[in-house]
Design a protein around this ligand. Structure first.
Ligand code: SAM
Length: 317
C-alpha cells in the first residue's frame, strides 16, 4: 500500500487560520504537506508559505509533490523550528499572518523501517527527526545508567513501570545492545505487558510511553516547542493566528501555559497591588478550551485519536 499522511483536524485548522489570498503563512511542521497544500489552495493566487521540517526526506517529498503546482509561492527549508527566529526572516517571512505547528511525527516516519519510530520495525533504533544531528535512541539505551533511564521514562513518558523497564534494559545490554525498535518493544512486552483486562492496555501497545519518552529526549522536543512558541509571537502580525496541534499531555501543557501567560501579560506576583512589569497581553484565545477530532475523523484516521488543537490571535500590544 502506498504510504500517505492524512492531515489531522484539517477543516478546523483552516477555519482557525483563515488564510487569505496574498497572506504570508508558516507551516513549521511540513510532514507530508497535507496542511500546507490546503493553505496554499486557500491563499491562491499570491499567498506565500514557508514550510519547515527537521527531516530532509519530508522537504524532498513535498518539494516533488507540491512545487509543480505552487511554484515559488512555496518556500521550503530544512530546519528545526527551534531556529524559527533566524530562519523565517532569512527566508523573507519576518512578519506573518498565520503559523501552524502540527507536532510529533508523520506516518511516513512511522512506516520507515530505518528510523526506529514504529514498534515493529527491524532497522536501527534512531528516532531523530534530523538524522545529521544529535544522538540516536539506541545510544541512549546503551549509555545511560539504570537511574537515568528510569528518570527519562518517567519524565517524558509518565511510565508507571519505568524502574522495571530500566532494570530489564540494563540486564539485557550486558549480553547484547538493545539496538532495534522491535527488540525494545519485545523486551517491554515481556517485562511490563500491562493488564490484559484493562481496556487501555488492550488498545495501546505497552511500549507506547517508553517510545514517546525516547523520541522526546532524542529530539529535545519540549525545549524546541517552548523556544518556537516564543519566536512565533514575535513573527506574527497583529491579527495573525497561531494554531498548534499536540498529541500528548506534556506538549499540550506547554502550549496551554504559554497561551495563558501571553493572554494575561502581566507577570507581577499577586501581592503587588499595581502592575510594575508593564507586560501587556499579546494573545487572545480563539479556541476555549481546545478542539479534538470527531469520532468520524478518528475512525477514518486513528492517528488523530489523541490530537488537541489550540488557537490564538496576536494582539497589537
Ligand atoms: C505530524 S507531522 C506533520 C504533518 C503535516 N501537518 C501534514 O499534514 O502532512 C510532524 C512533522 O514535524 C516534523 N518536526 C517535528 N519536530 C520538529 C522540529 N522541532 N522542527 C522541525 N520539524 C519538526 C517531523 O519531522 C514531522 O515531519
Amino acid at each position: 500500500m502506498k504510504e500517505e499522511h492524512l492531515p489531522v483536524l484539517v477543516e478546523e485548522v483552516m477555519s482557525m487560520l483563515a488564510p487569505a489570498p496574498g497572506s504570508f503563512q508558516i507551516d513549521a511542521t511540513l510532514g507530508g504537506g497535507g496542511h500546507t497544500e490546503r493553505i496554499l489552495e486557500a491563499t491562491d493566487p499570491d499567498g506565500r508559505l514557508l514550510g519547515l521540517d527537521a527531516d530532509e526526506a519530508a522537504i524532498a517529498r513535498v518539494d516533488g509533490r507540491l512545487r509543480p503546482r505552487f511554484g515559488d509561492r512555496l518556500v521550503l527549508r530544512q530546519a528545526n523550528f527551534r531556529e524559527l527566529r533566524e530562519v523565517a526572516p532569512d527566508a523573507g517571512f519576518g512578519a506573518v499572518d498565520g503559523m501552524l505547528f502540527d507536532l510529533g511525527l508523520s506516518s511516513f516516519q512511522l512506516a520507515d523501517a530505518d528510523r526506529g519510530f514504529g514498534f515493529r520495525t527491524s532497522g536501527p533504533l534512531d528516532m531523530r527527526f534530523d538524522t545529521s544531528r544529535g544522538v540516536p535512541a539506541a545510544e541512549l539505551l546503551a549509555t545511560l545508567d539504570r537511574m537515568e533511564l528510569s528518570a527519562l521514562f518517567k519524565r517524558y513518558g509518565e511510565e508507571p513501570q519505568a524502574n522495571r523497564i530500566a532494570n530489564a534494559i540494563v540486564a539485557a545490554r550486558a549480553t547484547a545492545p538493545v539496538a532495534t525498535a522491535e527488540e525494545l518493544a519485545g523486551l517491554i512486552e515481556r517485562v511490563a505487558p500491562g493488564n490484559p483486562r484493562s481496556p487501555r492496555s488492550r488498545r495501546i501497545h505497552p511500549a507506547t510511553r517508553v517510545f514517546q519518552a525516547l523520541r522526546i529526549a532524542v529530539n529535545a522536543e519540549l525545549d524546541a516547542l517552548q523556544d518556537a512558541l516564543s519566536a512565533s509571537i514575535d513573527l506574527l502580525r497583529p491579527g495573525g493566528r497561531l494554531v498548534v496541534l499536540s498529541y500528548h499531555s506534556l506538549e499540550d501543557r506547554i502550549v496551554k501555559r504559554f497561551f495563558a501567560a501571553e493572554r494575561r501579560g502581566c507577570v507581577c506576583p499577586p501581592e503587588v497591588p499595581i502592575c510594575v512589569c508593564g507586560k501587556n497581553p499579546r494573545l487572545r484565545l480563539v479556541t476555549r478550551p481546545s478542539l479534538t477530532p470527531t469520532a468520524d475523523e478518528i475512525a477514518a484516521n486513528p492517528r488523530a485519536r489523541s490530537a488537541r488543537l489550540r488557537a490564538a490571535e496576536r494582539l497589537a500590544a
